[in-house]
Design a protein around this ligand. Structure first.
Ligand code: FPP
Length: 281
């Protein structure tokens, strides 16, 4: 875990959704960009309060970061971006804050659809969507349906999401299938269990970023981050922009991912390609 490097070049996109190859950071190895980046977007409230604003102003500014980071991921060829937009614990926040977050999400999905379609992004969601207000749920489902056939970057919104809840939901579905004789519980392995998770077709995150100067996982993708590299940023989410994302990727590229192997094994090509298997420790 490291703090941000301010040496990364911050190259703002010149026009909405557009960027040229010149915008790319020269030190980022495009062959080793994380395939799946997951982000815990924390610090909206503190960002706002420290400026004498109400907390919701932080969420509104946080949407600008969402836009910029999605574009940066697309520019660098990240295949999947998962954003922790609303946790299952967030339902306990003040009513006004919850309803503003839902309203912002609906507004965001509506205003971004054109750009999402232009770039062929596929929007997905994970979490207990049945708890969302009907209009928010409909907005999410509509966007997911409209973008289902897109073959670009996968953009996953974790909504009403909890990592433990996801594992419980998987266990429930699995128990039902076992009862119906569809699976043999005795023969179940990690791959079999993972197939019951919310978005089982998506590879595990390679890089998990958390903003907001905190060092915790907060019930996010508990199963999937087993081998993710962690980047904890001192920035509050509304301040986390393209330059900070590039710093996170550079940090990731300095790591040696060993998946339980020795450094020597990883250096040899054959070991490198063997990736994670169930006997890893
Ligand atoms: C945490 O900040 C952030 C959230 C509760 C959710 C993130 C939401 C957004 C970026 C806006 C809406 C998102 C989309 C995708 C439209 P916090 O309030 O916990 O910050 P704090 O720790 O400083 O209080």
């Amino acid at each position: 875990m490291t703090s941000d490097s301010l040496s990364a070049k911050s190259a703002p996109s010149t026009s909405i959704g557009k960027s040229s190859v010149n915008d790319l950071h020269p030190e980022i190895d495009l062959e080793r960009v994380p395939r799946h980046v997951a982000i815990i977007m924390d610090g909206n409230g503190r960002w706002a309060v420290s400026r004498g604003l109400e907390r919701n102003a932080g969420h509104r500014e946080g949407i600008e970061s969402v836009r910029e980071i999605i574009r940066a991921c697309r520019d660098y060829g990240v295949e999947c971006l998962t954003l922790y937009a609303f946790s299952i614990e967030n339902w306990n926040r003040p009513k006004g804050e919850v309803s503003e977050l839902m309203r912002l999400l609906e507004e965001y999905l509506e205003t971004e659809l054109a750009e999402v379609m232009e770039h062929r992004a596929q929007v997905r969601s994970i979490g207990r969507l049945d708890r969302l207000p009907p209009s928010t749920r409909r907005a999410v489902e509509r966007t997911v349906e409209k973008t289902a056939d897109n073959d670009g970057m996968k953009l996953v919104f974790a909504l009403s999401y909890g990592g433990r809840a996801e594992i419980v939901d998987a266990a429930r579905r699995l128990a039902r299938d076992a009862e119906l004789g569809k699976i043999d519980a005795e023969g179940l392995d990690e791959k079999g269990f993972a197939s019951y998770l919310y978005a089982s077709d998506i590879p595990d995150p390679d890089l998990l970023i958390r903003t907001g100067a905190e060092q915790r996982i907060s019930n996010f993708l508990l199963w999937q981050i087993a081998y993710a590299e962690l980047h904890m940023s001192q920035r509050m989410w509304p301040e986390f922009r393209r330059g900070e994302f590039e710093a996170a990727v550079l940090d990731y590229q300095r790591r040696e991912r060993r998946f339980g192997l020795t450094s020597e094994q990883v250096s040899s090509d054959s070991a490198h390609s063997s990736s994670v298997n169930e006997s890893d420790s």
